[in-house]
Design a binder for this molecule. Structure first.
Ligand SMILES: NC(=O)C1=CN([C@@H]2O[C@H](COP(=O)(O)OP(=O)(O)OC[C@H]3O[C@@H](n4cnc5c(N)ncnc54)[C@H](OP(=O)(O)O)[C@@H]3O)[C@@H](O)[C@H]2O)[C@H](O)CC1
Ligand code: K
Length: 505
């Protein structure tokens, strides 16, 4: 799914109106109906009990609010609409004012009266905001943010631009939930504005698909439909050789669990064979916990030294639980220098930290190696940034300079390809913030690489599946108690969910 900005959406609106032979008011009505449906589904019967207050501005976002107010009122909800006084309402806003009838007018100087609790729907500004809000908006935004119940924003939290940097002190609605139309907007995905976006749902309002397909942009949001098609069916005549031999290299004293989790995640993700290269201390641990894995035991006792690399492996996953002791750094450097240029590799954890401290090794990375830093590891690799926009630009420059794929872990993990495209993930939840989640991800992606998925596909599919396991685990264990090992247990269900349905049951 593409991520688009306000100007692009305005153009696509126009094309939709022309090609579908509808009026702009009808499109607004569609959007309002979708928003009402989404609220009914999210709030359930509770919505009937709540006083609902809708705050509307002068543009089409306000027009949506007026339409939502009318629809909710017709359905018997307890709804109150407040409209900002203006000299220049948008035409569809005016039509919806007439259709609604009763509403309360207010100005920015008024001390807006709000119910003590209930639901507040914020329709002051949407994608038409052209710059951050000035001081005159502080009062109204403060009232909204101080509301005693949930605040939902239509399309955007009012005050947040779609895809440009904005001062964090600027007046901005802090939404518990955003219902955004047709496509996500970049600022809904960036950590910098996390405080204003409790969560968001994309509502399909049926904009012209050709116009959406043709819209240009480097930013994408990976949803199930984007990755389901990547998953390859298994032929009846396939055998273990068909699905590749993955090699995981890692582990050190006290950190063998990382390799165990990575190995189990690899096997559950479908590779045909798996070898783990571990220090001697890992031998009994791996053999007893992951009997399916073959072992190549290193000469190092407590940490890796030799990095023997004799097998015919289709993919390597390196760094999990590895540590960065002197002999490990030496062995890893040598291993890097001996790599074939077409090797498929994913590097994680200490492998990344070693690269940060030995930048001379970067030149040995085969093209399209996947690096999976969390924000701190990224900072060590590419340097400090001053904001999320600079971070993305610096990451793109790094990916281009070294011909690698950067996978920046976090809420909406971002995959940055060397051509500058950027893919934000849609699955996952804060329950994944436990040590070991990353080891599971490395195992999944290494397995997909071994099966012949090209690196960008393996990264997108792996990140999506990994997040999906967490969403499934959340239903059973909740965000607080879920563990990385639970993610592995939900891999079979996640793959099944994504698999294209067969016509024959
Ligand atoms: N395809 C869709 O997604 C659809 C979206 N819809 C809804 O329409 C809005 C976008 O509506 P638009 O009228 O373009 O914009 P807004 O309602 O967000 O706001 C426009 C008014 O805001 C004023 N403005 C802009 N920036 C500022 C600012 N910094 N300070 C003060 N005022 C500002 C601007 O006034 P100007 O006179 O300054 O130009 C506009 O009047 C979208 O978000 C959806 O909610 C459709 O309903 C259906 C299709
Ligand atoms: K809004």
């Amino acid at each position: 799914m593409k991520i688009l900005n306000g100007a692009q959406l305005q153009l696509i609106d126009q094309l939709t109106i022309q090609r579908q032979g509808i009026s702009s008011w009808e499109l607004m009505e569609r959007a309002a109906l979708k928003a009402v449906e989404a609220m009914e589904s999210d709030f359930g019967e509770g919505l009937q009990e709540l006083p609902i207050v809708i705050i509307c501005g002068k543009g089409n976002n306000g027009g949506d609010g007026l339409a939502i107010g009318r629809i909710l009122g017709e359905q018997g909800y307890n709804v109150e609409v407040k409209l900002l006084h203006s000299e220049n309402y948008s035409p569809d806003n005016l039509i919806n004012q007439q259709k609604l009838g009763a509403k309360e007018m207010f100005t920015l100087d008024d001390d807006l009266k709000l119910p003590a609790s209930g639901l507040l729907i914020d329709c002051l500004f949407g994608s038409g905001l052209h710059s951050e809000l000035g001081i005159s908006w502080v009062n109204i935004i403060r009232r909204i943010n101080g509301f005693g119940g949930p605040v939902v924003s239509i399309d955007m939290p009012s005050g947040l631009l779609t895809d440009r940097l904005i001062d964090s002190g600027a007046p901005m609605v802090h939404a518990d939930k955003v219902y955004t139309f047709q496509v996500p907007k970049l600022n809904l995905l960036l950590p910098a504005y996390g405080y204003a976006v409790g969560g968001f749902t994309v509502l399909d309002i049926g904009l012209d698909t050709q116009a959406l397909d043709e819209a240009e942009g480097a930013y994408h949001y990976t949803v199930a439909e984007d990755v389901a098609g990547l998953l390859r069916p298994r032929s009846r005549f396939s055998h273990k050789g068909t699905f590749g031999h993955a090699c995981l290299i890692g582990g050190s004293e006290g950190k063998m669990g990382a390799v165990v989790m990575s190995a189990r995640a690899s096997l559950r993700s479908g590779c045909g064979l798996l070898t783990a290269v571990v220090p001697q201390i890992g031998h009994p641990i791996l053999q007893s916990t992951v009997p399916e894995a073959m072992l190549s035991v290193d000469s190092g006792k407590l940490q890796l030294e030799e990095f023997s690399n004799n097998g015919n492996f289709q993919a390597f996953g390196v760094g999990i639980g590895m540590g960065k002791g002197e002999s490990t750094v030496r062995g890893f450097s040598k291993w890097m220098q001996d790599l074939k240029s077409q090797a498929r590799i994913i590097l994680d954890a200490d492998a990344l930290n070693i690269l940060s401290e030995h930048a001379d090794l970067l030149k040995f990375l085969p093209r399209q190696t996947i690096l999976t830093p969390h924000p701190k590891e990224l900072q060590r690799l590419i340097g400090e940034w001053s904001d999320d926009y600079e971070k993305i630009e610096m990451a793109k420059t790094f990916a281009r300079a070294h011909g690698v794929i950067l996978l920046i872990k976090g809420a909406h993990t971002a995959i940055i390809d060397e051509d500058g495209s950027c893919y934000f993930n849609s699955t996952g939840n804060p329950g994944m913030a436990t040590g070991g989640s990353g080891d599971v991800l490395t195992g999944i992606i290494c397995s997909l690489l071994a099966q012949g998925y090209v690196p960008l596909e393996a990264a997108k599919l792996g990140v999506f599946i990994h997040g999906l396991t967490a969403d499934l685990a959340k239903e059973k264990f909740g965000e607080i108690s879920m563990l990385p090992t639970d993610l592995i247990d939900f891999l079979p269900m996640a793959f099944e969910k994504l698999k294209p349905r067969s016509y024959l049951a």
